[in-house]
Design a protein around this ligand. Structure first.
Ligand SMILES: [Zn+2]
Ligand SMILES: [Zn+2]
Length: 176
């Protein structure tokens, strides 16, 4: 995912809009499970800066934190970033090196703005650490392991909501 800056500069003040659709596993080594990304981005140049704003949509396999089923998780992130144009170009700068400088220093060198590493970091930051397959997911019964989305079990009926502290007391009595 790169943007050819001379094309943006031709727009003189107006934004140039770009759209990328990629397979995650093609772009990033650490997303080998697959998934797709859709990136809409508006770019403008001026005052020694390249300003980028857009919307990132990622669909990737995730494990539901309640029922442990795999599902396609969709996440959306809006972003705006200003990259400072720097002139010194490293002799052996590969697109990978430039992309990581772009992300870590928020600088841009040469004719291309390489967005891959910046987008990779956005995806990681936007990651949901307790994804749910659906808001009303009922999860797994802690007692018997039944997936409560698919069937019901007898556990909750049998327990009749006994206070855990009382259970502890009951154990103590048995031991004595
Ligand atoms: Zn679930
Ligand atoms: Zn159960």
């Amino acid at each position: 995912m790169r943007i050819y800056l001379p094309e943006v500069r031709l727009k003189s003040g107006e934004t140039a809009d770009y759209k990328f659709e990629e397979d995650l596993s093609d772009c990033f080594h650490d997303f080998s499970d697959g998934g797709t990304l859709k990136l809409l981005v508006s770019v403008s140049c001026g005052g020694g800066m390249v300003v980028v704003s857009g919307n990132l949509e990622v669909s990737a396999a995730a494990i539901c934190s309640r029922c442990l089923e795999s599902f396609a998780h969709l996440s959306k992130t809006d972003f705006t970033e200003a990259f400072t144009v720097v002139n010194e170009m490293q002799v052996e700068a590969t697109p990978d090196i430039i992309a990581s400088e772009t992300a870590n220093m928020l600088t841009v060198t040469g004719n291309y703005l390489y967005l891959d590493e910046y987008i990779r970091q956005l995806i990681i930051l936007a990651q949901d650490y307790s994804p749910l397959c659906k808001v009303e997911c009922r999860g797994i019964c802690a007692g018997c392991g039944t997936d409560l989305n698919k069937s019901t079990c007898r556990c909750s009926k049998d327990q009749n909501l006994i206070d855990v502290r009382l259970l502890k007391l009951k154990e103590l009595n048995i031991d004595n």
